[in-house]
Write a protein that binds this ligand. Structure first.
Ligand SMILES: NC(=O)c1ccc[n+]([C@@H]2O[C@H](COP(=O)([O-])OP(=O)(O)OC[C@H]3O[C@@H](n4cnc5c(N)ncnc54)[C@H](OP(=O)(O)O)[C@@H]3O)[C@@H](O)[C@H]2O)c1
Length: 284
């Protein structure tokens, strides 16, 4: 199978490229330099020439606070980008995997969001991702729309790295405790994507590591695993002056993931521990 990956140098994109390569697929890694997904002419030209069987879209503008100041950029990359890919997929009969986010929800449900729940984003980033979802689901039949959350992986800056870095600089960290979600390891998500595209069961999926936590408890787990000498204190999100409001509880119900691929992703604590091991191996 020929698999094209957009956003191929991002945190998730890098693991997707490695996973597809390991599975023996012919991989076409497209970083922003090779393909800016906001350029419809270039999108059509590349896919007309390369004719992949599937495109996995990992390209996105992921700066949640930055999106408040740059709404046009967010809408272009996260909204029009997936539209452009969907148009090319229609024209050249290519399957599309599109990655979306828990931030399409407002976090008020007080239980996990199912794939049937309506979106109601609280911030511009979430709105731009909803726009992308709408284009994909209205233009295509053969899509896998995968919502995930709180990603960490070897190829990008992420919360785990932030805690490790800050704990070297400070003796005390104040971490938000009134937002909960499911941390997810990009390597686990990449494996899931590899299995999902074999099923050809198209549709919407929620894919995260199992379990949930607050940013505060997540930070404490990172500190404990790494024997960090830092005092972690809880703060409320209102104490932070973030430009973008975030959902307070963005847990995602995985139905029908297990029914489709046969398993759920590992608990997030297990994923975090494997991430630390992999990180140490890379550092050697
Ligand atoms: N990170 C999370 O916690 C999280 C949570 C839920 C969902 N997601 C979703 O998961 C997906 C992957 O996220 P990630 O964390 O891997 O993001 P990432 O590390 O920021 O990677 C995104 C990649 O997209 C590239 N890109 C930006 N604009 C582009 C454009 N116009 N055309 C082509 N490529 C472009 C970026 O390149 P430059 O760096 O050169 O700009 C970057 O390499 C995204 O759809 C994101 O919305 C992420």
């Amino acid at each position: 199978m020929i698999v094209a990956v957009t956003g191929a140098r991002g945190m998730l994109g890098s693991d997707i490229v490695a996973e597809m390569d390991n599975r023996g697929h012919e991989v076409l890694p497209l970083g922003k330099k090779e393909l800016d997904i906001t350029d419809l002419t270039k999108v059509k030209k590349i896919f007309h020439r390369e004719r992949p069987d599937v495109i996995i879209n990992c390209a996105a503008y992921t700066d949640v606070d930055g999106s408040e100041d740059n709404p046009h950029l967010a809408m272009s990359v996260n909204g029009l980008g997936p539209r452009n890919l969907a148009l090319a997929c229609n024209e050249y009969e290519i399957d599309l995997v599109h990655i979306s986010t828990d931030y399409v929800f407002d976090g008020q449900k007080e239980e996990a969001y199912s794939i049937f729940d309506s979106t109601s984003p609280l911030n511009t980033y979430g709105l731009s991702k909803v726009l992308g979802e709408r284009y994909v689901t209205s233009l295509l039949h053969r899509y896998y729309l995968i919502r995930t959350s709180w990603l960490f992986g070897l190829s990008g800056d992420n919360f785990v790295e932030k805690i490790l870095r800050l704990s070297e600089e400070r003796s005390e960290l104040h971490i938000v405790e009134d937002q909960v979600g499911s941390p997810t390891y990009t390597a686990d998500l990449a494996r899931l994507v590899g299995d999902l595209i074999k099923t050809r069961c198209f549709g919407v999926y929620h894919a995260t590591n199992q379990g949930y936590t607050s940013w505060y408890s997540f930070a404490r787990e990172i500190a404990a695993l790494n024997y960090l000498n830092v005092n972690i204190k809880p703060v409320s999100s209102s104490a932070r002056n973030y430009a973008a409001t975030r959902p307070s509880d963005s847990r995602l119900d995985p139905f029908p993931l297990k029914e489709t691929v046969g398993y759920l992703l590992a608990p997030w604590e297990d994923a975090l521990s494997r991430y630390m091991d992999h990180r140490a191996e890379v550092d050697l």
